[in-house]
Design a protein around this ligand. Structure first.
Ligand SMILES: [Zn+2]
Length: 466
């Protein structure tokens, strides 16, 4: 169906129809001009469509349009009109169910799934994923009841999925043969359109008033950044116990953008922490071939040691419990360990490589794990809600391997991890032990290391902590 420049048949309606007719002619004209660029005007046409349907349904009927002369039919074959519908996958809904809501036939839905499967695992489609349906509609459908739009063949389908880092990727399926008549029986071709991610480094700094977690959040960071920053000094400082009021932090961190939107922080390239007058600095380094990576000080000495300082992620500890378990009030000697307040189910890890000595239930310690390490050290982890699978007597454990989940089993007043360390069977303060460090930057990479680290160190120097 098409508007044609013939005189209106009903005199009484002429006055009302004339501006409408001109408007429709304008829409058709735009469609014709944009013949092969329909994607660009699709949005505009969708808006026109919405306008037309809501404003004018009573004036133009399908019966009238069917009487259009053959000349108008010819134009139909030239003009491509695309309607666009945007929606989201709903909870518990499959792709085919979502398509069915938009009156896509089983046959089309099947064709589409077959094509998409080549680029995308359909089981990864999640509620909230955005999809767009583009249908070729006959021009008259632009002003006709919406049922015409819904039964038109699918021209293209697009699904927008975010990867684990929040970067959107579009999966676009387009009919191999475009055309109103041929539409429904030709297959789809799928292309994946990645969103380029741009990285910009920026500096973040602040002073500690209560916790590093709060300090970094006040400075504009997020919980993931708290963990990344504390990871740089994971072998030097336990930010739960050792942070003091007035400490300062600085960092140069990658910020990531996709489609001009901030999608998150990337790597912490350089970090500084001033703890009670003592300065710690760490730099992330990756060799040009990507084979050598690590965290080092300004001279290229490794910051990585055989023992981590904390048995869980910092953001997990402080975000929920803050000052509830004030570490300084806990007496190391009488208590034989440190209590990390965290919610039930929070994973905790072994702070060093070792072998499981005990993994069992005890009346006082609840579900507990003891791990034997090199050089006479042993660590213990109490009150777990659950011990991780595979953590059994004799099992080999790696540094940072999750061995259990926080709970309040045994003699415990609330969910927390009790962590203790012994050296030759005597309880010791983990923060006072000296552990062997990892390998420094190899001599052949020192020049490359220095050329990357010096500018970062200079930048750190210039950051003001207020
Ligand atoms: Zn305890």
């Amino acid at each position: 169906m098409m508007f044609s420049p013939r005189p209106m048949r009903y005199k009484s309606a002429r006055k009302r129809k004339l501006p409408l007719f001109l408007f429709a002619l304008l829409v058709a004209g735009i469609g014709w001009l944009a013949n092969d660029n329909f994607g660009l005007i699709a949005k505009f046409q969708k808006e026109m469509l919405a306008y037309k349907i809501s404003q004018l349904p009573a004036i133009i009927s399908t019966a009238q349009a069917e009487e259009a002369p053959p000349a108008a039919q010819k134009i139909t074959n030239v003009v491509r009109h695309i309607s666009r519908e945007t929606d989201r996958i709903r909870g518990g809904e499959s792709l085919s169910a979502a398509l069915a809501r938009h009156d896509i036939s089983n046959q089309e839905s099947f064709q589409l799934a077959e094509a998409l499967r080549k680029e995308l695992n359909l089981r990864t489609i999640q509620p909230g994923d955005v999809f767009v349906l583009e249908r070729q509609v006959e021009p008259a459908a632009l002003v006709a009841p919406s049922v015409l739009v819904n039964t038109a063949p699918l021209y293209a389908f697009e699904l927008v999925r975010s990867d684990g880092f929040g970067v959107p990727a579009r999966y676009r399926a387009v009919r191999e043969k475009a055309g109103v008549a041929a539409g429904s029986d030709s297959a789809f071709t799928v292309t994946r359109i990645d969103t380029p991610v741009t990285k910009v480094s920026r500096s973040i700094s602040g002073k500690i008033s209560s916790s590093l977690y709060e300090g970094i959040l006040y400075a504009g960071g997020d919980p993931a950044l708290v963990n990344r920053f504390s990871d740089v000094f994971a072998w030097q400082l336990d930010f739960y116990r050792e942070v003091q009021k007035g400490d300062g932090f600085k960092m140069i961190v990658e910020t990531r953008f996709a489609d001009g939107r901030f999608i998150g922080y990337g790597r912490v390239l350089a970090a500084e922490y001033n703890n009670a007058g003592r300065q710690y600095r760490g730099f992330y380094f990756e060799s040009d071939d990507g084979k050598f990576t690590g965290i080092f000080d300004e001279q290229g000495n490794s910051l990585e040691k055989s023992f981590l300082r904390s048995p869980m992620e910092l953001a997990r500890i402080t975000s929920r419990y803050g000052q509830r378990f004030h570490p300084i009030l806990r007496q190391q000697k009488r208590h034989n360990g440190v209590d990390y307040g965290a919610s039930t189910g929070t994973p905790f890890w072994s702070i060093a490589d070792g072998v499981v000595l005990e993994a069992r239930y005890s009346l006082t310690a609840g579900k507990m794990i003891r791990i034997r390490h090199r050089n006479g050290f042993m660590t213990e982890y109490f009150h777990a809600s659950r011990i991780a699978p595979g953590v059994k007597v004799g099992a080999t454990i790696r540094q940072r391997q999750v061995i259990g989940y926080v709970g309040t089993t045994g003699r415990s007043t609330g969910p927390h991890l009790h962590f203790g360390m012994t050296l030759n069977k005597n309880y010791v303060d983990p923060s006072r032990q000296n552990f062997p460090a990892g390998k420094p930057v190899p001599s052949k990479l020192v020049k490359s290391y220095m050329s990357k680290v010096r500018p970062l160190a200079e930048k750190l120097e210039k950051i003001e902590v207020t």
